[in-house]
Design a protein around this ligand. Sequence first.
Ligand code: PMV
Length: 355
Amino acid sequence: SKKWVLMATAQTPTNIAVIKYWGKRDETLILPVNDSISVTLDPSHLCTTTTVAVSPGFEQDRMWLNGKEISLSGGRFQSCLREIRSRACDVEDKEKGIKIEKKDWEKLHVHIASYNNFPTAAGLASSAAGFACLVFSLAKLMNLKENPSQLSAIARQGSGSACRSLFGGFVKWIMGKDENGSDSLAVQLVEEEHWNELVIIIAVVSARQKETSSTSGMRESVETSLLLQHRAKEIVPKRIVKMEEAIKNRDFSSFAQLTCADSNQFHAVCLDTSPPIFYMNDTSHRIISYVEKWNRSEGSPQVAYTFDAGPNAVLIARDRQVAAQLLRRLLFFFPPNSDTDLNSYVLGDKSILHD
Ligand code: PMV
């Protein structure tokens, strides 16, 4: 009968890199030029929820993002779907009397419904959570036996940074050596609860979509920036070692110093690209100056900043007290609806303001 439908749902938060991925050595397989390290956000903010369904009544693979149908014809979607289908296993639901054999998956079509719990237009990384969630929910539906690291190597082919969202806490994406990408995958560095004191606040500086996509930006940097070559070979490998140490020891001074330096170097690589790429704006620069001054006046870092391919600031406070102070100061110095509008959209737990 064509009547039955089988479904699976998953929820995946986005992640923020503290040692950045910037540059591919293989564009199709999405293999990076250096390792990267990120922190996965709490699922209550910036996460994607995806439900996937299979039915003999479905005539083609289809996907809806926030209720609007989108095309699945892109190479990245196709890579993920192909990789997952090839690993699908037998599925049996005795209650519903459904039995799908391994070989059936090649002929069956899926419907995918995905929702972001944050404004997609806010210019916040959504592809990381999106592809991680797509891969994870399909793997659940098709009963894959692969572990999260192996699944991360599939999510990587959707969007590089997505591979790091398969785990919570601090995560490393190992660049790998293989030409086929089998060893370019994510591993969890420490368990989720390891560094609970940290509070992450995202200051939305501009809700505009970025002008240069990460894909074309990376391509231009790889082709023209000598600083990128130097960074990938000489700088990042050392920083990765130090960052892993800092995370293991919950050494906030070292963590903040490395995070800020790496964000600044990533944006320096963008400036070193021809033509140069500007992701940060004046408000981003003012936030950096402000945090730098604050940290210096305290004698040791209280807040770390990092910026991705856009002007929005990701601020990591050493604890809740600092986070409350930070939130108050941000709203004071960058009041909503002024010319340096923070868009009145400061994510994070506002209850800390009242501590
Ligand atoms: O995975 P992509 O193509 O969205 O690239 C992400 C690039 C950065 O966010 C700037 C850095 C990173 O490591 O996430």
